[in-house]
Write a protein that binds this ligand. Sequence first.
Ligand SMILES: [Zn+2]
Length: 238
Amino acid sequence: MTRLLFREDAYLREADATVLGHTAEGGILVDASIFYATGGGQPGDSGCLLWEGRRLPIATTLKHGAEVALVPAEPLEMPPVGGTVRQVLDWDRRHRHMRMHTALHLLSVVIPLPVTGGQIGAERGRLDFDMPEPPEDLAALDEALNALIDSDLPVTESWITDEELLANPGLVKTMSVMPPTGQGRVRLVRIGEGAGQIDLQPCGGTHVARTSEIGQVEIAKIEKKGRQNRRVSLTLLG
Ligand SMILES: [Zn+2]
């Protein structure tokens, strides 16, 4: 089983790991990962592994059962099973994912409609909403979103049991993606605190610590997707 270091501290850029094995698809299984594994609309991390004077670029990261598999970008020599590797994250890319991911939580606050899907990218991200009519005032949405960012709200987490989540279905904003249960507990991500809390939802992704770290964003476009749905795309301006 892989220890998810990215979940314990989203700001870790380097850490050691022991190689647990190689997958049939050419992935490297590690006992502890700072590389986020693709999931919840957030892409897997890239970076490189260093050991004994060797350097192996990592293109992406995937879940592999209870373990995390780092996928090499090139068919170079693999680190040996049982050996220690230094993981180095492509921090610029990951930090943009963290900024965009947190911005999408805020988007779901300024557009309080059910979310039917989403995707995070380093330049652009999107949420699909159950939104039969287009919003009347796009400039006002942009303004509200950037005001929340400027408010410098803390982003924190807590954990609840599967039973508590099932007893509070209102916590889940996504109609299509129920957060994974079955591990006994579910992670909740909270924006703001106490009376100033503006959002609380189950999420396993990586987020910035405070909303001001997102920087300015812009709603790039709103597209109609089917009869009921609209896709809202966000761009990081900085
Ligand atoms: Zn999230």
